[in-house]
Design a protein around this ligand. Structure first.
Ligand SMILES: Nc1ncnc2c1ncn2[C@@H]1O[C@H](COP(=O)(O)OP(=O)(O)OP(=O)(O)O)[C@@H](O)[C@H]1O
Length: 641
């Protein structure tokens, strides 16, 4: 078979094509990032080989000095990035560079808005990777051979970045990958040695492997000009970057820019991180951690398969990405590196699950992240507010997942409340407690389907009248969260839509007034309970309402209305429980009801009052048509027809 017969031309997958197009058009203003991406890939490939060689040294083919090499050719207008990492075989080339290597690409493309500016931020988050070569090149050639295979197993991948690419065999003596970019006219600057050095310094200083470039040749000294003709010039290379793993350096030696670039390298994020924490721990267990909080939530944060976890190193050797065991799920947005001195080099995911040192590290790292967030919350300005709007909902999963740190997490939570009546979640529990009224023993909250329903809930009327603050909860996770929050600062939490309302702030007079009200309403309450017996567990008079005729309350031990709706929507069985109808006997509608002699009309009216209480809390009517019919009948009666 000739080499040509082995050349295959293949089409990019649709998604890859879209991605390419988008990238070239949205990233032309930050062209130089292609070099960061390609060097980052080269360094990853070296990490992978270093790890594989732990169990099979033959993969090194007798050459264990790892390095990335960058060559420029001004005349040919090319730049070549070569590594002696793990390399790829033919199938891998086709799979990784032709089809979509990344999970979630389709989801990513769906999340695009069509707005150039927003989309270019999104693509940054997504990680542009190898395809970024086409921002500066109109032709890219990849020559690669997998470590451990023979020289004739080399492959060339080539593309003009449009709709096709080709692959063909070509011998490659040294293992690894070499990527040559044929630069576009407007990107010829990347064939310039000086320019390329400065970009590498800027973006790749923290990469642990040396990035080598040809030493600039000094102009020959006069006496050397006549030197011996036999001397052959061996090109000499030098490292352009610092080439020590960033986390092994001491904090004082690392600049903010370096921390930020390192974050971009490990997270594939485009934006700088919001904050970081770098620590060396010595003692029973020895490890170094460098943890980052991103600015923006990834587009797939709610996807169960989202990449999460830390990059794990053991004694500076890369072991695995996405080591999930080092942080709990509710901190899944944290990125970073952990380098352990105690774990064995051959550690696997299974072993990680059993290692007691991993548990200890996990709890220490969790505390570190929570402390880092605590610090952020204390900072001037709106840093924490921005963090909260991106990740607050995930953090709200914390109290249910992490009992030991419940108190710490509670201090980090932020809510909307009747104090501001604004939708922004910016009130802490400490703020709430500091504003509690004298004699107030509980932290009150209401849960509803959305902010407006919560804010306008009839359950709040008496609280508003008395100036008692209530937290307004409307995130999906809120009911779940509150089920796991028993108290804060010695104050228990109370759902205002649950159980009988007793306010410790009520005066003796208030209480006497309520008793009187109950007594007077006895007859009405009994009549209503009778006609509504299928729908409610109980009817009772209440002082909690001022403007509304009635509201629904759940029993102390029944499932909250919001939780019930979520479970029903998810198709789950929900335990049968009827709500309690609380009525405001002083309301004109209830007074009218009390005076109604016609039993049919009474039943219709009572039904309407019940349905409306249900609607006011965002519930769905069991029989909306019957409600409309009853209401229309009433309207016509009012109009005297
Ligand atoms: N120099 C290289 N050596 C070996 N394999 C490589 C090299 N460059 C890329 N690859 C392979 O191609 C895949 C796709 O690379 P690409 O840069 O597009 O995505 P990625 O590295 O997975 O993610 P990112 O967008 O974060 O860079 C890599 O996952 C890797 O398997």
């Amino acid at each position: 078979m000739t080499a040509d017969a082995n050349k295959e031309t293949l089409g990019f997958q649709t998604e890859a094509k879209q991605l390419l197009h988008l990238m070239i058009h949205s990233l032309y203003s930050s062209k130089e990032i292609f070099l960061r991406e390609l060097i980052s890939n080269a360094s990853d490939a070296i990490d992978k080989l270093r790890f594989a060689a732990l169990s099979d040294e033959s993969l090194l083919e007798g050459q264990g000095d790892y390095q990335v090499q960058v060559d420029v050719d001004k005349e040919a207008k090319t730049i070549t990035i070569s590594d002696n990492g793990v390399g790829m075989n033919r199938e891998e080339v086709v799979e990784h560079l032709g089809t979509i290597a990344k999970s979630g690409t389709a989801a990513f493309l769906e999340s695009l808005t069509g707005d150039q500016q927003k989309d270019s931020q999104l693509i940054g988050q997504f990680g542009v990777g190898f395809y970024s070569a086409f921002i500066v090149a109109d032709r890219v050639e990849v020559h690669t051979r997998k470590a451990g295979s023979s020289a004739d197993q080399g492959v060339v991948w080539e593309s003009h970045g449009e709709s096709e690419f080709s692959v063909e065999p070509r011998e490659k003596v040294s293992r690894g990958t070499s990527i040559t970019l044929f630069l576009k006219e407007d990107s010829e600057e990347f064939a310039d040695d000086f320019r390329v050095r400065s970009v590498i310094k800027k973006y790749s200083d923290h990469i642990a492997v040396p990035v080598m470039m040809l030493k600039p040749t000094p102009p020959p000294a006069a006496e050397e000009e006549e030197s011996d003709e036999d001397v052959v010039d061996v090109p000499e290379y030098e490292a352009v970057n610092e080439a020590t793993a960033l986390w092994t350096r001491s904090r004082t030696e690392v600049s903010d820019e370096e921390y930020e670039e390192f974050y971009k390298h490990i997270s594939h994020d485009f934006e700088a991180p919001r904050s970081w924490s770098h620590n060396k721990v010595e003692g029973k267990f020895e490890y170094t951690s460098l943890l980052y909080i991103p600015q923006k939530a990834p587009f797939d944060m709610w996807n169960r398969d989202m990449a999460r976890g830390l990059k794990l190193y053991v004694q500076r050797t890369f072991i695995m990405d996405e080591a999930e065991q080092f942080l709990p799920l509710y901190l899944r947005f944290v990125k970073g590196v952990v380098d352990s001195n105690d774990l064995p080099l051959n550690v696997s995911r299974e072993i990680l699950q059993q290692e007691s040192s991993v548990d200890a590290m996990r709890s220490a790292l969790t505390k570190r992240v929570l402390d880092m967030l605590g610090k952020l919350a204390k900072k001037e300005g709106d840093e924490y507010g921005q963090f909260w709007s991106e990740f607050g909902q995930v953090l709200k999963e914390g109290p249910a997942e992490d009992f030991a740190n419940k108190e710490k997490i509670a201090r980090l939570l932020r809510f909307s409340s009747t104090h501001t009546d604004a939708e922004a979640q910016d009130q802490s529990l400490e703020d709430y407690v500091s504003r509690m009224q004298e004699g107030q023993e509980k932290i009150f909250y209401v849960v509803a389907e959305n902010f407006n329903t919560a804010k306008n809930s009839p359950h709040l009327e008496v609280f508003r009248k008395k100036g008692i603050e209530v937290l307004l909860l409307s995130d999906r996770v809120d009911d779940w969260l509150m089920n796991h929050m028993q108290d804060f600062d010695g104050k228990s939490f109370q759902d205002v839509a649950r159980g009988a309302l007793e306010l410790a702030t009520d005066s003796e007079e208030d209480k006497a007034e309520q008793e009187k009200l109950q007594k007077e309403a006895e007859g009405l309450v009994e009549r209503m309970a009778k006609v509504l017996e299928d729908k409610v567990a109980e009817v009772r008079a209440t002082a909690r309402l001022t403007d509304s005729p009635a509201c629904l309350v759940v029993g102390d031990y029944d499932m909250g209305a919001q939780m019930k709706r979520i479970m029903e929507a998810a198709g789950q069985a929900v335990p049968e429980s009827k709500p309690i109808l609380e009525v405001n006997p002083g309301h004109p509608i209830l007074e009218m009801l009390d005076g109604e002699q016609d039993e049919d009309r009474f039943a219709d009216l009572a039904g309407i009052v019940f349905d409306q209480a249900n609607l006011a809390e965002g519930g769905q009517l069991e029989d909306p048509a019957a409600y409309v019919a009853k209401l229309n009948k009433l309207l016509l009666a009012l109009a005297g027809r």
